[in-house]
Design a protein around this ligand. Sequence first.
Ligand SMILES: [Zn+2]
Length: 502
Amino acid sequence: MVIPVLALAMETALGAASDPARDPAQQNPPSSQPSSPQPSILDRLNSMIYGGKSAWSPAQIATMERLRDAALVDPYALNQLRHLTDNIGPRLSGSPQAQQAVNYVASEMRSLGAEVTLEKASVPHWVRGIETAELIAWPGQTTGTTQKVVLTALGGSVSTPREGITADVVVVKNWQQLHALPAGAVTGKILLFNHAFDKQLALQGGGLEAYGGGVVYRGAGPIAAAASGAIAVLVRSVGGADFRLPHTGMTQYSPGVPKIPAAALTAEDAEMISNLASQGPVKLHLVLTPETLPNADSYNVIADWKGTEHPEQIVIVSGHLDSWDLGTGAVDDGAGIAVSMQAVHLMKDLGIHPRRTIRFVAWMSEEQGSEGAAAYMAEHKADFANHVGAIESDLGADHPSGIFYSGKRELGQWLRPVAQTLESIGAATLTSAGATGEDIDGLTKNGVPSFAPIQDSRFYFNYHHTAADTFDKIDPRHLNENAAIMTVLAYALADSPDPAPR
Ligand SMILES: [Zn+2]
């Protein structure tokens, strides 16, 4: 997943504090709900404390429990994820594998009996080239040697000349240090932003906040560096991995500011260069040869499991189908696709036909600018009132502790009976959030209640956007817990007598 990089980055570059993408402040405990005609004293007590009455009948609650239990044991999501990652592989926007993934998912959804449409979107087509770098001069260098460093081009980066560039490296930790440099200090040099990912914050459950603190340098680094006269920019990888892995991700240029080559350096190499540069001049040779080809036509895959009473009313269950190219896009975001596919698969398997339409969406090009989501928002603008809910899973596949919701405050209370059915898998918390997913953000902003599983984010950013984002990182039990949330929540939103409060 990405955060809306440029807005956040520019805000931070201008000196304002960056807002975390989510607001975890509203933590509500789950409650038991009256579910029998003769409420117990405990039920009545809960009713007095929490108010209201379940929007769902005991029969509907029982259906949620059946869906939950099926999701926990059914291998469908895991098998689909294995095919997407091992067989199809990386799914970079505009690539042949992304197109193959579109065809594959569409065909799988058709085979379940869903009504499938492909929604066209024009997407970036950026291709990674050669990416190498070595130190060629530094304090204490052994005569006649160079020292290799590990990096990867940032998405959208322009290339160096074929033979590369050679220049001194200037190291700063943050915007403040850059602004404090004397005029001309960076001119003609390579600028390194050595901003450390806050691993401790991630380990305390603040993975997204740790990511938000660093991603601003990845997003706006090239603009700030070029504006200071740098000829290339390196950004310390935004992630927690300790195995000298560079983390790619989209970067930004700005009209009127020169486009300079941009790469993510491993945390280890950023620390080494920072240490050497504190001792004296460090000279680096850098070769990056990515290419930006003309935009490609690609597609969101939309698959409708038609509602029986209100087929025009829609609940979206979704993930993004594209990935970065270094790994095979397992945690980001093949998992989101697989658990969303499972929601439709289990409706078919258990013969469940809710009142409203459950719409599976495999978003295209989330990583490179959310062009698929933009196409959807443009195409369905007149129909937002009929979108009664939207769910996206794009924070990996580790254990989910509950549901993020965005919209009216009463959504939390309304959802309690649903959360209750997820208590047995430890997923019953309900947390109000400012945002729930990059692709459904346009719907959220237009008043559509939106949701996401609250995945454990402690380790997600170790693999995110790296070569290590591969199928083996998936814990089958945790993946199935996520599938249970997606399926139960999609059913609950699609079958409640009245739509979710908005
Ligand atoms: Zn993602």
